[in-house]
Design a protein around this ligand. Structure first.
Ligand code: CAA
Length: 302
């Protein structure tokens, strides 16, 4: 069997909590040099600070040596700019993973650009939680003829879980157009990041969010109906079911804006009422209460 072509250089697009986590495992575990692309200077500088913090903590806890931490940090270069407009994006990469907000139009515009700008050898990965990979592949492949087909064939879902440094799983989601060699390379990359890998077809929500989102939403409906307090709903799952955290705390961790965006995509795609977002979730996002990253969600964070 032919050896899987290794990833030698990567670009991660989006330096929010997911992009930063993906950069961390790519640099530290897969040992791949990468650029981390982000249009907002504030978000980029806080992501790089957070990366320094994660690596220092690993050293303090004796998980890695100072030299390993320095080498990992040396592999990450922050780049300010909008990658969808080509700003700062180098073409000499084997793998791109986008982790931009879960908004279909933003992702399709980015994939259209990546399909045109990057060489045929580069894998075009998406950390999307819910958006159809087949749609993103179609956007990447929108050039006519062979070039279009080739670009669509290299799009694949590489879906990490939050917090990326802690969660041991990556879901790999081939689009209908994805070539088997791209799937193989994505699986090998997930393993190089020291994650276990599952594979899902391009079905709404894949494995994880198809099941998780109705549960989080039901917890929000339960709170909205006044059945119990947030604390008691979460306690039920922690102590009654052995979950590491309750559903409302988990929704806060994922980001209420992200949960809402995922549920909207799933509801639009399936028409299934189990994905209709709870009114309270919509109102909290309208209020700017987006969970842990914003300091307020179902709980307050300092
Ligand atoms: N980012 C990075 N690291 C974090 C973190 C965060 N947001 N939250 C906690 N950690 C780290 C802590 O710093 C700590 O690290 P050290 O080992 O260096 O000390 C470690 O996690 C353990 O933390 P704690 O001891 O404070 O707390 P804990 O043991 O309860 O673990 C947890 C925290 C790992 C978040 C755990 O509660 C957990 O596993 N929760 C469930 C998370 C989950 O289900 N994630 C999936 C969400 S779904 C998703 O992401 C997909 C999607 O598409 C929406």
């Amino acid at each position: 069997m032919a050896a899987v072509a290794p990833v030698r250089r990567a670009a991660i697009i989006g330096a929010g909590q997911m992009g930063l986590g993906i950069a961390y495992v790519t640099a530290l575990h897969a040992r791949v040099p990468l650029t981390l692309h982000e249009p907002s200077p504030t978000v980029l500088s806080s992501a790089l600070k957070r990366l320094d913090g994660l690596l220092s903590r690993d050293v303090e806890k004796g998980r890695i040596s100072k030299d390993e931490a320095d080498a990992a940090r040396g592999r990450v270069r922050g780049v300010e700019g909008d990658a969808a407009k080509g700003q700062g994006l180098e073409t000499d990469v084997d793998l791109v993973i986008e982790a931009i907000p879960e908004i279909p139009d933003l992702k399709t515009a980015l994939f259209k650009h990546l399909g045109e700008a990057l060489p045929p050898s580069a894998i075009l990965g998406s950390n999307t939680s819910s958006i159809s990979l087949t749609k993103l592949a179609a956007a990447a492949g929108s050039a006519k003829g062979e070039a279009g087909k080739e670009s669509a064939a290299r799009v694949v879902g590489i879906h990490f879980f939050n917090p990326v440094p802690q969660m041991k799983l990556v879901e790999i989601i081939p689009a209908l157009q994805t070539s088997p060699s791209v799937v193989e390379r994505a699986v090998a990359f997930g393993k190089a990041c020291k994650k276990e890998v599952t594979t899902s077809s391009d079905s709404p929500g894949f494995i994880a969010n198809a099941i998780l989102m109705p549960m989080l939403n039901e917890a929000i409906f339960t709170l909205e109906r006044g059945v119990a307090t947030a604390e008691d709903i979460d306690k039920t799952f922690r102590l009654g079911m052995g979950h590491p955290m309750g559903p409302l705390a988990l929704a806060d961790l994922i980001g209420l804006d992200t949960c809402l965006a995922i549920q909207r995509v799933l509801h639009n795609e399936t028409g299934d009422s189990k994905y209709r977002p709870a009114g309270l979730l919509v109102r909290m996002v309208d209020a700017g209460w987006v969970g842990k990253k914003g300091g307020k969600g179902f709980y307050e964070y300092s």
